[in-house]
Write a protein that binds this ligand. Sequence first.
Ligand SMILES: Cc1cc2nc3c(=O)[nH]c(=O)nc-3n(C[C@H](O)[C@H](O)[C@H](O)COP(=O)(O)OP(=O)(O)OC[C@H]3O[C@@H](n4cnc5c(N)ncnc54)[C@H](O)[C@@H]3O)c2cc1C
Length: 420
Amino acid sequence: MKMMEEEVVIVGAGIAGLATAVALQRLGIRALILEKSPGLRATGSAITLFPNALLALDALGVAHKLTSLYAPFKMVLVTNVETGATQEISLAGNGATGLRAGPRYVHRKTLLEVLADELPSGAIRFSSHIDAIETQSQEGSTIAVIHLSDGTIIKSKILIGCDGVHSIVARWLGLGEPVNSGRSCVLGLSVFPDGHGLKQEVRQFADVGLRAGFVPINDKEVYWFLNCISSPKGKIMRADPEVIQREVLENYVKDFPEIYKDTIRHCDLSKLIWVPLMFRYPWGIVFGNLRKGNITVAGDAMHPMTPDLGHGGCAALEDAVVLGRHIGNSIIKNGGLVPRAIAQDLDGYVQERKWRVTWLATGSYLSGWIQQGGSNWWKKILRDVFYKFLIPKIRSVIDYDCGKLPIVPSSSQLDSKKIE
Ligand SMILES: Cc1cc2nc3c(=O)[nH]c(=O)nc-3n(C[C@H](O)[C@H](O)[C@H](O)COP(=O)(O)OP(=O)(O)OC[C@H]3O[C@@H](n4cnc5c(N)ncnc54)[C@H](O)[C@@H]3O)c2cc1C
């Protein structure tokens, strides 16, 4: 049996876990990440990063590594498949430049690697399986004790669950299980070795019960998605990418414009996935136990949401910065990471995040409901209104700035402060 002691343990090396570890690293705190997979795992090929995510990445000091690779998008064209009518919607604020110029579509793997590259070697312990989590009282405060299946026991001043939708840390906190929205999403990456020749714009297609789109990530690769009502065949199809591709082309998008179908025909089958869309009820976030003792959650573990606003990962990056800021301020105030003070500081993080992520999760669900609405006349009107008037209004959500990390004095400066 191996015993270890850590300042901070993070469960999960996804967007939330890696970003949180980078935030802590900037504050001079080494965090150990426990990841159950044998390596970094990117589910899906690409992800939309809106200005709020880029501002968070900037606070973490890595935004430039992505903005140098991926250009912003200024325009989305939404086509009503039934009528053929197309609406143009601006994605950039008037005159917006730099990080606010518009969303960027980045390879998920690149995002994870950019974050992981900031961490010291050994910061991620891959193939770590957690058997149990418990807490112990120590000198008037609580510490987390994590039991791994290889017999290792880790004691930590802080435990942060960044272990995704089916988080065991969220379950330990007593948060409600995520629910299935009844909708699914197919995600793919298509490769055109001689170039796709598409313009630098996002295309979307709306039809009864369906919402689809594609976006060129670079000269040769196109990221595409299809949101649909879950089919009883979904479970079987998930196992075989060829069946997914055939089912999408023959049954879901056969009336869609050729430009979309051609994208799907060029799909790299190894990157094709079909996933059910899960979310947590808003009241489960607002009234749920998002912190107990020195244990909390971030990312999908806190706020699983449907991807209709493309914001789960963006919100995870915001979480990392806000959590880092509260921990950093605690270090500055107390001259170090003092277990007795941590619960209160984690509460500050929870209070700052819970309403924003609740609105994001609720807004995402409603936006999916409207965009994928049925054939009723009022649902069609609602959809048109959504694209014409509501999308521009959502700008304040996507332009949100979660703030910066504090500058924490070096440990020798903190020690001299403690002596004073
Ligand atoms: C179809 C779809 C499209 C999306 N599109 C977008 C988008 O365009 N923009 C956007 O911002 N968001 C988008 N999202 C949401 C986004 O993917 C998630 O919000 C984001 O990945 C959450 O990151 P995370 O780190 O919290 O969780 P995850 O990415 O799920 O990472 C969790 C990590 O924890 C590990 N783990 C799990 N359990 C354990 C355990 N017990 N022990 C150790 N490790 C564990 C996993 O292996 C994984 O590495 C989309 C989601 C879906 C489903």
